[in-house]
Design a protein around this ligand. Structure first.
Ligand SMILES: Cc1ncc(C[n+]2csc(CCOP(=O)(O)OP(=O)(O)O)c2C)c(N)n1
Length: 189
């Protein structure tokens, strides 16, 4: 199972929640499957999907799913310490661990070698850290969302590989404003 297969599998869970999606092909693939105003596509800021989702979950009550990549988490590991100490129960971090920097040509990351993001997350103080296969992810994610008392970090181990996509044809201001409207905030002027 690659990222596109995984997103197809979990879209039924994502669609009812606030989703912050990692920069590059993850956002393009999610857009290709299903575009909704409650999906916030990152068009920049590699490594900050987890942090933006954390801030969002702390500032309002709806469930937030941050979708991040292994490469992005490796680049901004300190996010796991913040999550480990401050994540509220409405926050779930889904790390799509395909073992590569997929968006830039599938260069291998260190999760192929000695680095375990599960162990890093546990060491950073994250509770409810679950590693699973791509096939198991829909079940694991839906149980995490249903649990209103705890935050979760899920590491979904999948195969590398990208699907043919187009750049998201939405203006970043539109992505921002329709997301703000969805959570009940007025658009910026
Ligand atoms: C600071 C910074 N460095 C590098 C990039 C280029 N870049 C964009 S996406 C990406 C790979 C992200 O890999 P990962 O988070 O594992 O997600 P994947 O595409 O594999 O799903 C890179 C290196 C960037 N946008 N910003």
């Amino acid at each position: 199972m690659n990222r596109f297969d995984l997103f197809n599998n979990i879209n039924k869970i994502l669609k009812d929640n606030l989703v912050i999606c990692n920069i590059g092909l993850p956002s393009q693939e999610l857009y290709k499957i299903n575009d909704q105003p409650n999906y916030f596509y990152m068009l920049g800021s590699m490594g900050l999907s987890s942090s933006i989702g954390l801030g969002l979950s702390l500032s309002q009550k709806k469930n937030v799913i941050s979708i991040d990549g292994d490469g992005s988490i490796l680049m901004n590991m300190s996010t796991l310490a913040t999550i480990g100490n401050r994540a509220p129960p409405n926050y779930t971090l889904l790390i799509v661990d395909n073992g590569t920097y997929g968006s830039t040509g599938d260069q291998k990351t260190f999760t192929n070698e000695n680095t375990s993001l599960k162990n890093v997350a546990i060491g950073a103080g994250c509770k409810n850290v679950l590693e699973c296969s791509g096939e198991e992810t829909a079940n694991v994610l839906s149980r995490a969302i249903e649990d209103q008392s705890n935050s979760y970090v899920i590491i979904s181990k999948i195969k590398p590989g990208n699907t043919s996509t187009i750049p998201i044809p939405l203006n970043p201001i539109l992505i921002r404003d329709r997301f703000r409207k969805f959570i009940g905030l007025v658009p910026f002027l």
